[in-house]
Design a protein around this ligand. Structure first.
Ligand SMILES: Nc1ncnc2c1ncn2[C@@H]1O[C@H](COP(=O)(O)OP(=O)(O)O)[C@@H](O)[C@H]1O
Ligand SMILES: [Mg+2]
Length: 260
């Protein structure tokens, strides 16, 4: 059988969350809930997603809040289990999600590097070998000895980015965090992503910064309501996305003028 050329292959992926419908607590409801569980509503955060990511490309993932971008990256990272469909990932995954998750806040940056490395399955020797690269990359200097709870969001980004890149992962997933870094570090981080891409990694980048998507992504996927609304060249998909946002915005302004 021919090996797939994709590092990430997602087929007919659906992900359902059961959301609790909150209703006002009346005495009757409180009593009936003692005997019956809360009513749950199914929310399909991802609804039939198929895509592939190859080594050597940075794929931008765009879409309004709630369209399913973070859920998709979390399924690919193995944090969420698909409700339906298949996800195949080849190689190690480096992930950079919300900055508040993934760190032990009481531990120093240095301790977090070792903790994250061992959670990713690396030995102490492997982590010690990777350490100089991480220290050089994050430029946190003496802050590496300080508990992470004292870090600014930019510093957490540096640490998370350094850890995600430390072991040269084949697949890199970056969710909306680049904006936390200062200008100089952002440039450095994007350069590192491009280097990883040029060395054969596959990168998925979620961002609301259209300029960054335009300059760094080789192609773009637009998610809307858990489905792929458009995919293709960066210019084309960004153009469609921005005209849809502009059209919605114009509609709102007409609406408010009409009612006001
Ligand atoms: N853990 C969860 N439990 C319930 N609903 C969730 C959960 N995570 C995400 N959702 C819902 O799934 C949808 C997609 O969310 P998300 O993937 O975070 O979107 P995005 O990252 O594009 O803003 C939203 O409606 C969100 O409320
Ligand atoms: Mg998100």
């Amino acid at each position: 059988m021919k090996d797939s050329e994709y590092l990430v292959e997602v087929s007919n992926l659906r992900k359902r969350f059961n959301v609790r419908r909150e209703r006002e607590a009346t005495l009757k409801r409180v009593v009936t809930r003692l005997f019956r569980p809360y009513p749950h509503e199914a929310l399909w955060a991802l609804d039939g997603i198929s895509l592939g990511v190859k080594g050597g490309e940075i794929v931008g993932l765009i879409g309004v809040n709630g369209s399913g971008k973070s859920t998709l990256l979390r399924v690919i990272a193995g944090i969420y289990v698909p409700t339906e469909g298949d996800v195949v990932v080849k190689g190690q995954v480096g992930a950079l999600f919300e900055l508040e998750t993934g760190f032990s806040l009481e531990l120093s940056g240095m301790d977090n590097i070792f903790l994250s490395g061992s959670l990713m399955g690396y030995s102490r020797t492997q982590i010690t070998e990777a350490l100089p690269r991480v220290v050089e990359m994050v430029e946190l200097d003496e802050f590496l000895e300080v508990p992470v709870k004292a870090y600014s969001s930019g510093m957490k980004f540096r640490l998370g980015f350094g850890i995600a890149m430390a072991f040269h992962p084949e697949v890199l997933l970056v969710d909306e965090v680049m904006a936390a870094a200062d200008e100089a570090f952002q440039r450095k981080a994007y350069r590192r992503l491009q280097d990883a891409r040029d060395n054969g990694s596959g990168v998925m980048l979620v961002s609301h910064e259209m300029d960054a998507v335009r300059s760094h992504c080789d192609r773009v996927i637009w998610l809307a309501d858990g489905k792929i609304r458009a995919e293709g060249s960066t210019e084309e998909v960004l153009g469609e996305y921005l005209s849809s946002v502009n059209a919605d915005h114009a509609g709102e302004e007409c609406g408010s003028r009409g009612s006001g």
